[in-house]
Design a protein around this ligand. Structure first.
Ligand code: GLN
Length: 285
């Protein structure tokens, strides 16, 4: 374990942390900066302008612990307890998936399908930290949003995020996928469900090793949760309601086939910024 012993300047801390992390992290320099900012309270600009400023003894101790945890693979977002998504500073914990940039496509497509009226009723299934529900609710303040998750620990994080961000138009319900929705119908249902195959080798690599299995793995072919959502969503959609699902880059045609089998219309897949088929949407049958 590398001990960060005072006296230590911001610059020296940053250089040493980056060096310690480089064998195990592809983003060592960025990781080091995020951790030094976290323990010192310095902004990026302050680190640049005032690099010789000394870290306090407490900050050195905290950095020693965090760099060691990062060296062992823990995700940066769990170490600092937050991740930005759709310009929202979201708290995250090991009970929640860490929001991914590609999931912003799901939000983008949902917003494209929502009007600005007070009529919109949106459900986000498997909300985790609340990322998708909160981004939609922030952008459509007149809409009412319901967010579900089977994990109480995740819902607690999502509720706290809503409160901290002052987003009042989201209701959080515990339960599996569509079950907590009862007899309610929505103009739009969105979900970023678990869709990784149980035998996907990536599960043994990097940050995902520390994320909740239930938020990642969708059974043998990755489609278990998606099948359940597609099988039941039409009972919770209004006549011209939309279903939007995030999926793996190689699952789009399977998802389109499942939707077509149920009689969904206007089925269309969209690519994320990396050019991968990532979100499929469809109009209620
Ligand atoms: N995109 C994520 C990954 O590949 C998976 C997230 C999910 O299953 N919803 O790690």
């Amino acid at each position: 374990m590398t001990i960060f012993t005072p006296p230590l300047s911001l610059r020296a801390a940053l250089d040493r942390a980056a060096r310690v992390l480089s064998p195990t992290s592809r983003s060592a320099r960025v990781d080091a900066e995020v951790l030094v900012r976290h323990v010192s309270g310095a902004t990026r600009a302050e680190i640049m302008a005032d690099a010789e400023r000394a870290l306090s003894d407490d900050a050195c101790l905290a950095l020693t612990r965090l760099v060691e945890r990062r060296r062992r693979g823990e995700p940066i977002a769990y170490l600092v307890g937050s991740r930005e998504f759709w310009s929202l500073d979201l708290r995250v914990s090991p009970a929640t998936l860490i929001p991914r940039p590609e999931t912003e496509l799901l939000v983008e497509r949902a917003l494209a399908r929502l009007t600005l009226s007070a009529e919109d009723r949106v459900a986000d299934l498997g909300t985790g930290s609340g990322a998708v529900a909160l981004a939609i609710a922030r952008e459509r303040p007149r809409a009412t949003v319901v967010a579900t998750d089977q994990a109480e620990a995740a819902l607690a994080v999502a509720r706290a995020n809503a409160q901290r961000l002052g987003i009042g138009n989201v209701e959080f319900l515990a339960g599996d996928w569509l079950a907590p929705l009862g007899g309610r119908r929505f103009t739009l249902i969105a979900s970023n469900p678990p869709y990784v195959r149980a035998d996907d080798p990536h599960l043994h690599d990097g940050d995902v090793r520390f994320e909740p299995r239930a938020a990642l793995i969708g059974g043998m072919d990755g489609l278990d949760a998606i099948r359940r959502i597609i099988a039941g969503a039409h009972e919770h959609l209004v006549g011209e309601g939309w279903l939007l699902i995030e999926h793996g880059f190689d699952q789009a045609s399977a998802v389109r086939a499942l939707l077509a089998d149920r009689g969904y219309r206007a089925i269309c897949t969209y690519k994320d910024l990396a050019g991968r088929e990532r979100v499929t949407e469809a109009l209620a049958p």
